[in-house]
Design a protein around this ligand. Structure first.
Ligand code: ADE
Length: 220
């Protein structure tokens, strides 16, 4: 799978993408990530990518031309299954969406910044608008890293024990939660591990895990 990310602050990705999971996916050539600095496609000597909004108002708006030129270059090289824009007013991203995206071959992710991007980009170049939650970040970069990591860990060969994703929270829908997990020591400051997990009875342990997996968490 190939993911092309377009951003005005590409440096943001250095941290998240050099962590073990995404790095492993890239090193194993399961995932191919290409980050494009939108400024390279900027206008004039100063490589401008933004301008004032028509109709007034505060904040700057990402212009069409740099985005169009970057898209044009990428689209001339290969077909893309999705062209995603990350924005707080997009569709709220879910584990199910992450699974759907693992089926795609080539994806473009465009990160917004400033006040937003010219609406004509959204209307004409974008196939999906995604929000990672109903709150405002300063740009789409952190959201893009979230989306990429959620996809990467689902690609076969990335997580050592691929079967373990069966018990991930949300694996079977929004009301599915990972079971509580424990490790050594058996007792710490009087806090104990549920005896069933120490029983060696695999059938009973599986029943316990299945029961706990569906337990709804309390609200924030
Ligand atoms: N850009 C700013 N806030 C965002 C959010 N919540 N999700 C996706 N992109 C964003």
């Amino acid at each position: 799978m190939r993911i092309d990310i377009i951003s005005v602050i590409p440096e943001i990705f250095h941290g998240p993408f050099s962590n073990s999971l995404i790095k492993r996916a890239v090193n194993k050539r399961i995932l191919n990530i290409h980050i494009h600095d939108l400024r390279k496609y900027g206008l004039g000597k100063r490589k401008n990518v933004d301008d004032y909004p028509y109709g007034g108002g505060s904040g700057m708006v990402i212009r069409i031309e740099p985005v169009y030129n970057c898209f044009d270059k990428l689209l001339s090289e290969r077909n893309y299954d999705e062209k995603i824009f990350l924005t707080p007013d997009g569709k709220i991203f879910s584990q199910e969406n992450a699974k759907q995206l693992t089926k795609k071959k080539n994806i473009i992710i465009l990160c917004g910044r400033y006040k937003g991007i010219d609406q004509r980009i959204r209307d004409n170049l974008i196939s999906k608008e995604i929000s990672i939650g109903p709150y405002i970040l300063s740009g789409g970069e952190i959201a893009a890293a979230v989306v990429v990591e959620s996809i990467a860990r689902l690609l076969p060969g990335v997580i050592h024990n691929h079967d373990s994703i069966k018990y991930d929270t949300f694996h079977k829908g929004v009301n599915f939660y990972a079971p509580p997990i424990y490790t050594r020591p058996e007792i710490y400051k009087g806090w104990t591990v549920p005896p069933i997990l120490l029983s060696g009875n695999h059938r009973k342990i599986k029943e316990w895990i299945d029961e706990k997996s569906n337990k709804k968490k309390l609200d924030f």
